[in-house]
Write a new protein. Structure first.
Length: 186
């Protein structure tokens, strides 16, 4: 091939680019690298939403079970204190939630079901306002409202943005029970 003309620089670069573009080795790895981060972020966000739902259900169960002695009068007859009631709630949570400074409990007697405080306990800055929380399990035939709150730390703050109802990437879980005490002690 003594008479062949050498390819110009543009033609050689074009040929190399064509070979590079036609090469499919490693395409799956590159595609996975582009998709992996958003995919795992969505999976973790979905798992967090599931965990919040499960923990809310666990809290509802704990409040229901711990409030039963209040409803039947066992707690009042045994002079159960606020600390003992808190421990009763914690025991019913199967050690799935820590009973530390992030757990808040409000037990109060109300005049009727319509005046039961079932709303959130968040103040304007997104923190729990527990200044008026009390422990008043009531007497026979009293209407009692039990509210339990737990500060849940979010692990996927960007995906869980709609869930965040507190400051600092936290979500406030809440469980309520409102009931009329039985006519115990009569």
């Amino acid at each position: 091939m003594a008479g062949a003309q050498p390819l110009s620089l543009t033609a050689r670069m074009s040929a190399r680019w064509k070979r590079f573009a036609d090469d499919r080795r490693g395409a799956a790895a590159v595609e996975f690298a582009l998709i992996a981060a958003p995919f795992f972020f969505l999976i973790f966000g979905l798992l967090e939403v599931c965990m919040i739902f499960i923990m809310s259900t666990v809290m509802e169960h704990a409040v229901s079970e711990a409030a039963r002695p209040l409803r039947t009068g066992e707690a009042q007859e045994a002079a159960m204190t606020q600390v003992q009631f808190r421990q009763s709630v914690c025991n019913e949570m199967f050690e799935m939630l820590d009973c530390d400074a992030r757990l808040y409990i409000d037990v109060r007697t109300v005049s009727d079901f319509a005046s039961s405080p079932i709303g959130s306990a968040l103040d304007g800055s997104g923190d729990v306002d527990d200044t008026d929380f009390m422990y008043d399990p009531g007497g026979p035939n009293d209407i009692v409202a039990v509210r339990v709150f737990y500060e849940w730390d979010l692990i996927t703050p960007y995906i869980s943005q709609p869930l965040r109802n507190m400051g600092g990437n936290r979500h406030l879980l809440q469980a309520n029970a409102v009931f009329r005490n039985e006519p115990f002690g009569s």
